[in-house]
Design a protein around this ligand. Structure first.
Ligand SMILES: [Zn+2]
Length: 366
């Protein structure tokens, strides 16, 4: 690989938007002391486009799903306005490409979790009007649209409202994201959607056998639809043993969180204070698989789905541990270097690092 070459990176998923609202909203303009994403580090990592997923907690935020989502969307927009020379909200593939031509990073706005619609498919138009170009159908909970891989099997795939939502997203030109979806949901959507689909932040189930990852059969169906599957960097999705160790602690964290949440009437600040950082610190002490493991997943997805259907979705700022070698967004080019060292051609590296996603968003959003 030419040492000077910087590959265009299009990251299909980060949770940084969550840090832009609340009591201490962050500004992405300066290099932050914590977290994984800000504008200086994105520039260092060669990030040209980033999906900012807007997520609201389905349990803690009942009754405020849409308003809180819209607030988060405007927080992303505010950052783009404030740092307009470095960041711009892109509504189409053409705008993502144009952002790069003017030396700016394209912010693509996503929503994670169809629960925010509350079963009203018309709200998709409101989200689309607010600039959302990607919806993750489910989060960890089964909702009014579809079954989640971590939730109950209520619909055996899509609900009637879910099928309406797919048709509406096809019509509006919104990318359908199937990370977190149950296998039943996944196959039904691939079947009924007239547009190619996205799996924004899931790793390969053949290497790390958990329902949250994507199986070879799913990869083949996704490739046939023209979609892109993006590897998640979360070490607990890269290796089964790490998954077991991390989620044993995480499960207890969630339990205590819901107990405290009931005790303090859902006051998230009070809950955070009570729960402290002990659980997260314990998770951070577990030895984690590193950048080579991420590359293993990329190679597996590429070998099954094809290079043209492979991408990356870091899940930065949404994961409580990172793989050594890919500690934050500034390290993105290191993944390209690992692939090059494994004998990948520059053209294939470029496809996986970002060009496939640009093609998908151009196909779906125009
Ligand atoms: Zn997620």
């Amino acid at each position: 690989m030419d040492d000077e070459r910087v590959f265009f990176v299009f990251d299909a998923h980060c949770d940084t938007a969550l840090r832009l609202t609340g009591d201490n909203p962050l500004d992405l303009g300066k290099r932050l002391a914590d977290g994984h994403v800000d504008l200086p580090r994105m520039a260092e990592g060669g990030v040209g486009a980033q999906v900012f997923a807007c997520w609201v907690d389905p349990d803690l935020k009942v009754g405020r799903w849409m308003p809180d989502t819209l607030e988060m969307i405007s927080a992303v927009r505010c950052q783009a306005e404030k740092h307009s020379e470095r960041l711009t909200v892109a509504l189409s593939g053409a705008e993502i490409a144009a952002a790069g031509d003017s030396g700016r990073i394209a912010a693509v706005i996503g929503v994670e979790g169809g629960h925010v619609l509350g079963g009203s498919v018309e709200r998709l138009e409101e989200l689309h009007g607010a600039g959302v170009r990607c919806l993750t159908l489910t989060w960890m909970n089964t909702n009014e649209l579809a079954d989640s891989c971590d939730g109950e099997r209520k619909w055996e795939g899509l609900s009637p409202a879910g099928r309406e939502a797919i048709a509406a997203m096809n019509r509006l030109g919104m990318v359908i994201d199937l990370s977190h979806a149950s296998d039943g949901t996944f196959f039904e959507v691939v079947e009924v959607s007239t547009a190619p689909v996205l799996v924004s932040h899931s790793s390969a189930r053949a290497i790390c056998d958990i329902p949250r990852n994507i199986s070879d059969e799913m990869l083949r169906a996704l490739a046939e639809s023209g979609g892109v599957a993006c590897v998640n960097f979360f070490p607990a999705f890269l290796e089964k043993e790490t998954h077991t160790r991390v989620f044993e602690i995480w499960g207890r964290y969630r339990e205590e969180r819901s107990r405290l949440s009931a005790e303090y009437g859902g006051d998230p600040k009070r809950v955070d204070e009570e729960i402290g950082t002990g659980y997260i610190e314990r998770i951070k002490k577990i030895p984690m698989p590193g950048i080579e493991a991420v590359a293993d997943h990329v190679e597996h997805v590429a070998s099954v789905a094809g290079v043209a259907h492979t991408g990356i979705g870091s899940d930065f700022d949404g994961i409580m541990a990172v793989p050594p070698g890919l500690e934050d967004v500034s390290k993105m080019q290191a993944l390209a270097e690992v692939l090059a060292a494994r004998g990948w051609e520059d053209g294939d590296i470029a496809s996986v690092m970002g060009e496939n996603l640009l093609h998908l968003f151009s196909t779906v959003c125009g």
